[in-house]
Design a protein around this ligand. Structure first.
Ligand SMILES: NC(=O)c1ccc[n+]([C@@H]2O[C@H](COP(=O)([O-])OP(=O)(O)OC[C@H]3O[C@@H](n4cnc5c(N)ncnc54)[C@H](OP(=O)(O)O)[C@@H]3O)[C@@H](O)[C@H]2O)c1
Length: 241
């Protein structure tokens, strides 16, 4: 059966690559982004209105509440939620980090995913086999120097997934995807274009994530998968032998 999918951060990078997978499969995608800046490129993948781009700052509670209302008016169901929108500021040592830096990372990576889960879970519980995928990072499994605020909140994303999995006891599956560096604007802004060009393709991470969603790669509810250098480098807890 065709699915309805909500993807945050879908105007470029990994979010757009994920959206393309679902559109190709004939599913309906609500693609969310904070601004309309990259919509012209994203709209190339909008055949037969299967890809509906919507503007919403998912770090704002009021904006998320209004988004949920709008989606409920047009879609009878939401089967899959992918919390992919994220933010990574500049490189800085712990002693250079301000409370403001930490708070911005917290709002843009963890509060945003939390708000989307908080307001979409009640809707999603009405469908058979609902699924939430939270995008964390390898930096959310072990801290990266000079990226403490980003690492800390991406650890938090794993906690969010584990809590949701435990609270819903199999009635709603929630998994985390932890990519290593990807060739996207986020990486280029942080480490420069040359470095970004050496990273794995976001399309590869989208392909693996799609296989997890379709059940071809088993990741248990509350578990996470690490995808680094174009390979799956770990699934936790490991699938039964
Ligand atoms: N790139 C990497 O090397 C890497 C590695 C590991 C994990 N990740 C994670 O993978 C995910 C995708 O990363 P990416 O590299 O594809 O990022 P990206 O190229 O920077 O794209 C980010 C997307 O998120 C949207 N977004 C950001 N804040 C938002 C907000 N508050 N509300 C709604 N949309 C928002 C952006 O929309 P606007 O353009 O309108 O702001 C854009 O569509 C992120 O969670 C990131 O932390 C990335």
């Amino acid at each position: 059966m065709k699915k309805t999918v909500v993807i945050t951060g879908a105007s470029r990078g990994l979010g757009l690559e994920l959206a393309k997978k679902f559109i190709t499969a004939g599913d309906t995608v609500f693609g969310i982004s904070r601004t309309r800046k990259y919509w012209a490129a994203a709209r190339l993948f909008e055949p037969s209105r299967k890809f509906r781009l919507m503007q919403c700052d998912v770090a704002s509670e009021n904006a998320v509440v209004s988004l949920v209302r709008k989606i409920k008016r047009t879609a009878p169901r939401v089967d899959i939620l992918i919390n992919n929108a994220g933010y990574c500021g500049r490189l800085m040592r712990v002693e250079e980090t301000s409370v403001r830096d930490l708070t911005k990372h917290y709002r843009q990576n963890l509060v945003s995913a939390f708000l989307m889960c908080k307001y979409f879970i009640p809707i999603m519980k009405t469908v058979a086999r609902p699924l939430i995928v939270n995008i964390s990072s390898m930096a959310g499994t072990r801290a990266v120097p000079r990226l403490f605020p980003y690492s800390a909140v991406k650890f938090g994303v794993l906690a969010l997934s584990q809590a949701i999995a435990k609270e819903n006891d199999g009635n709603l599956k929630c998994v985390t995807v932890c990519p290593g560096g990807m060739n996207t604007k986020m990486r280029a802004d942080l480490f420069g274009r040359e470095d970004s060009d050496r990273q794995q393709e976001a399309g590869f991470v989208a392909e693996v994530t799609n296989r997890v969603i379709r059940g071809e790669i088993e990741v248990l509810s509350g578990g996470h998968i690490v995808i680094r250098h174009g390979k799956i480098t770990g699934i936790y807890p490991p699938p039964a032998a």
